[in-house]
Design a protein around this ligand. Structure first.
Ligand SMILES: [Zn+2]
Length: 257
């Protein structure tokens, strides 16, 4: 984690020194340009997990084996999660679910079923607010603790991983996650399954991005069950044809206990 935090400070500290120098030498244009550059770089760091700008944003696993992890966000959703679970059970495929705490509170039996069937149940915030990335450290901590509690209460397990809503992060994300013993997880392949309409196009997109160690981002919340099932069936067939093994996130990261 240290080396990643350095990326942020290695950039910001020299930039602040340069701005001070520009102000000292009354070079206003240079000072303004530097401030704009800082904002742009900071914004890219916030929006792109793979840059690991503020900390150790885990976006893939070891590339040494032809293994990938499927991650499903925004559930549990009674309209689609049960059908997905049935498919995964039938195909003997383990998965990782980044659940929204308040949906776990609303569907505790479904959350318990996810865990009982051998999948990972992880933290995707309590309320999934699009403003989560603007929360103070204290508010973010409460938000994550509420989700930890909801999952523990429903399924008897304490999550080890946190995926921030929309994948946005800032230095607080990593500080708070560390306090709660959570590792921050993103993805290396984004399916855009809630945006792209046709399942075959979603699968084609995932296929283009596939690589050993890939963490694939999918959704079981806010997606029609039929579309989800068609997509996952076709994706599983594609993965099998290409010789990829689907494993849980903890196994992909060699952290399975
Ligand atoms: Zn989400």
């Amino acid at each position: 984690m240290k080396s990643s935090i350095h990326a942020f400070f290695l950039f910001v500290i020299p930039a602040l020194v340069a701005i001070s120098a520009a102000i000292f030498f009354q070079n206003t244009l240079l000072a303004i340009s530097l401030v704009v550059i800082i904002f742009i770089v900071f914004g890219l760091g916030v929006a792109i997990p793979q840059l690991k700008f503020f900390g150790n944003f885990i976006c893939s696993g070891s590339k040494s084996k032809k293994q990938i992890a499927l991650t499903f966000d925004d559930g549990p959703d009674p309209k689609s999660t049960p059908q997905l679970l049935a498919l995964l059970r039938e195909r003997k495929i383990p998965a990782t679910f980044f659940c929204i705490g308040k949906r776990v509170d609303a569907n505790p039996e479904l959350a318990a079923q996810i865990r009982r069937e051998g999948h990972l149940l992880e933290n995707h915030s309590y309320a999934h607010s699009y403003f989560t990335n603007f929360y103070s450290a204290a508010r973010l901590k409460t938000e994550l603790e509420l989700a930890q509690t909801a999952i523990k209460k429903a399924a008897g397990v304490t999550p080890n991983y946190f995926r921030p809503p929309v994948g946005l992060s800032n230095p607080n994300t990593f500080r708070v996650a560390k306090k709660l013993n959570l590792q921050v997880v993103g993805w290396s392949v984004r399916s855009l399954d809630t945006v792209i309409r046709e399942p075959e196009k979603i699968v084609a997109r995932v296929k283009r991005g596939l690589h050993p160690g890939a963490i694939i981002l999918l959704h079981d919340g806010n997606i029609p069950a039929e579309k989800l099932l068609t997509t996952v069936k076709s994706l599983l067939d594609t993965l099998q044809k290409l010789g990829y093994e689907v494993v849980r996130l903890d196994e992909l990261l060699n952290e399975k206990t």
